[in-house]
Write a protein that binds this ligand. Structure first.
Ligand code: BGC
Length: 689
């Protein structure tokens, strides 16, 4: 089957859940294991009963939940799985800002609360497994699923993903996906990613390891794609050597849906534990494989022990009440996150806008202004009962009588005249699920360009030529090339897909009731040609060691807006970088402290970012790597000393000769500042052998 047909087939199966209809959940009558231990249960199970636990029950979800079979005889409840990364894809649920927006908060504690809220809603819907977070590296901003992950840097992804997992696992089992090297959408089912062991271990896997070892994530989903010639779901190196071996992962591995499993014995022997959503390869064929000796029963026992242990863990978690779904508390959390994640990219004294009074008005321009643009409609889709569009948010805050809505896409002469009489114009442009997202049927998929559509670019320029002040609000899941128009406008605000309270969050930021707090989790290049090539049609791609800011830094190319960058309505000064010691060794933590002061006239949040690089190295290194960060709220004039602890072992490189991480002795430069390109402070620490 060609890829587009595969996508269509998948959309009929996986996306059959239209969602939006409310489902009621009745807890199963006997969701317990009686008094039996996992080992006793295993001993009591027939081979068929064991294999039954190793695949989904059906292609069709029940109440929007994908199930694995119960075992009534032994009181095994089975699992109930639901997406996803920005909220629960079952009935109505709170649609949070997408993970890209949440990454822009650089606030793991806030992300822990989001994970807990989504986990709580998943539990209230009857799920025991939440198919989130997505933690693939955003290798290139054109990846269709960019919005689902936490940006381009493995330290940021790891810290945010770990926080999400810790929150979600209070209520359900969380699932880190898609393991691994899944960063292209259009060819996702079959693309072979060739990658050397260093890039794999140092760039594409460290955050997965962190979610396993620090986050205690219970479930890992294998990717669709191949890695070095083998499908991820039957990749022994990934699943057995690294995940279950090196990292001692105790949970279970589930395949990605429908086209994510390709074999019986190779997949089972490699370490895949559950085929989803049905048992094409892991049903009777797996029983047969044990009988004919191609799979040892010990492999089955290992898988089933993992699955039963986690079912037991899930059954001990509290079942949430239906009232938590779309609760006021979750709505207001979604709004706070949207505010904290909005990134002010440019502001020439335009924002915050004065609230219009008397006869004055503010124009809001563009078709997206009247739409609550929640993001992808693939597996990460969430359907809230109601959602606030930018226009609704503006009208609610400043009054409809002070708001002029011009939908475009082109503006009439009368529109242009009316723009000359407004205080300011806010142009809302960007992408929708038609332009980027999970590659389903004819929509979404990878982006063809990082620029806006020609209509959007023309709209911005015509508004800028007529309105006294022009603010551009961007909605998208990752970087946009703004060079063709950015010099003509007064302010640019990156709003991402800001969730069900997005319109209210946006209005409060535009008019200064709240301050935009985000910093970019992805570099915005000046020109797409400055980035590595993104090949989304070939079935053979090579992943290199450098991408994102590391690549731009190494190539000496200036981004339009650097990784980590974001303005505020106030100003900050960072001074006095102090290391707790200038000499460290493997196993140590280096505490970096920096004084940060709010030097402006408003309260605001600074984000202190710490980057590290060795003075010299035996191997290729990125010019600098983000190794730690801290978000700090500061009142006007407030000054605080911020401590950022760094584990020095994270600076090790993977030595392919000895197959282990090596922390090179020598001097390392520790830089601190407000983005990957604004690092005014530095000091040196020596790592002793
Ligand atoms: C996606 C997964 C998702 C699964 C179940 C797949 O197509 O890649 O992220 O969890 O469907 O909906």
């Amino acid at each position: 089957m060609r890829s587009s047909n595969l996508n269509l087939a998948l959309s009929l199966v996986v996306f059959a859940c239209a969602c939006g209809d409310d489902t009621t959940f009745t807890p199963p009558a006997t969701p317990h294991f009686g008094e039996s231990t996992t080992d006793e249960l295993l001993a009591a199970m027939t081979l068929e009963e064991k294999v039954d636990q190793m695949h989904g029950a059906s292609f069709a979800p029940v109440n929007d939940l994908y199930e694995t079979p119960k075992n009534e005889r032994l009181g095994i409840p089975g699992l109930r799985m639901v997406d996803g990364p920005r909220g629960v894809r079952a009935g109505h649920a709170t649609a949070f800002p997408v993970a890209a927006a949440r990454a822009a908060t650089w606030d793991p504690e806030l992300e822990r609360r989001v994970g807990a809220a989504i986990g709580e809603e998943a539990s209230a819907k009857g799920a025991t497994v939440l198919l989130a977070p997505t933690i693939n590296v955003l290798r290139h901003p054109a990846w269709g699923r960019a919005q689902e992950t936490y940006g381009e840097d493995s330290t940021l992804i790891g810290d945010m993903g770990t926080a999400f997992v810790m929150g979600a696992e209070e209520h359900v089992l969380a699932c880190a996906k898609h393991f691994a090297a899944n960063s292209i959408e259009d060819t996702r089912f079959d693309v072979n990613v060739t990658i050397d062991e260093r890039a794999l271990r140092e760039v594409y896997l460290p955050h997965f390891r962190q979610l396993v070892t620090e986050g205690g994530v219970s479930v890992v989903m294998s990717a669709y794609n191949k890695v070095n010639g083998q499908y991820a779901s039957e990749n022994e190196h990934l699943l057995s050597d690294i995940l279950k071996g090196d990292w001692a992962f105790e949970g279970f591995v589930v395949s990605d849906w429908v086209f994510g499993t390709h074999s019986t014995a190779p997949a089972a022997n490699a370490g895949l534990d559950i085929e989803m959503p049905s048992g094409t390869y892991f049903g009777p064929l797996l029983v047969e494989a044990v009988h004919n000796g191609s799979v040892d029963e010990a492999v089955i026992d290992d898988a089933v022990r993992r699955i039963l242990d986690k079912q037991l863990a899930a059954s001990l978690k509290p079942i949430s009440d239906a009232s938590v779904v779309e609760s006021d508390e979750h709505r207001s959390l979604a709004r706070d996150v949207a505010v904290e994640g909005m990134v002010l990219l440019k502001n020439e004294g335009v924002l915050p806008l004065a609230k219009p009074t008397g006869q004055s008005t503010v124009a809001i321009v563009g078709a997206l202004a009247s739409i609550a643009n929640l993001g992808d409609t693939g597996s990460s889709a969430v359907t809230p009962t109601s959602a606030v569009a930018p226009l609704d948010g503006l009208e609610a805050l400043v009054g409809a009588e002070h708001t002029v809505f011009l939908p475009g896409p082109s503006l009439s002469a009368a529109d242009l005249t009316s723009l000359q009489g407004v205080d300011a114009a806010v142009v809302v442009v960007g992408l929708t699920s038609d332009d980027e997202g999970e590659g389903v049927a004819t929509k979404g998929g990878d982006r063809e360009t990082l620029r806006l559509s020609s209509e959007d670019e023309a709209l911005i320029l015509s508004v800028a030529a007529n309105a006294p002040r022009t603010v551009v609000v961007l909605e998208a899941g990752s970087a946009i090339v703004v060079r063709p128009w950015v010099d003509q406008v007064g302010a640019v605000l990156m709003a991402w897909y800001p969730g069900l309270e997005g319109g209210n969050a946006l209005a409060s930021v535009l008019f200064g009731d709240a301050a935009p707090g985000g910093r970019l989790p992805v570099s915005f290049p000046a020109d797409e040609a400055d980035l590595p090539v993104f090949d989304h049609s070939s079935l053979e791609v090579q992943y290199g060691f450098l991408h994102g800011y590391r690549y731009l830094d190494a190539m000496g190319r200036n981004p339009e807006f650097a990784f980590g960058f974001g303005l505020s309505y106030t100003t900050f000064e960072m001074t006095n970088l102090v290391l707790d010691s200038t000499s460290k060794a493997s196993g140590d933590v280096l505490t970096v402290s920096v004084d940060v002061e709010n030097t402006g006239a408003r309260a605001g949040d600074a984000v202190v970012q710490i980057y590290v690089h060795p003075e010299s190295s035996e191997v290729e290194r990125a010019p600098r790597d983000l190794r730690g960060f801290a978000r700090v709220p500061l009142a006007i004039g407030e000054k605080r000393t911020v401590d950022v602890p760094l584990s020095v072992d994270a600076w090790a490189y993977f030595d392919v000769a000895t197959n282990q991480f090596v922390l090179e002795p020598g001097d390392y430069v520790v830089e601190a500042g407000s983005s990957s390109r604004e690092l005014p402070l530095n000091a040196t620490v020596t790592i002793s052998p």
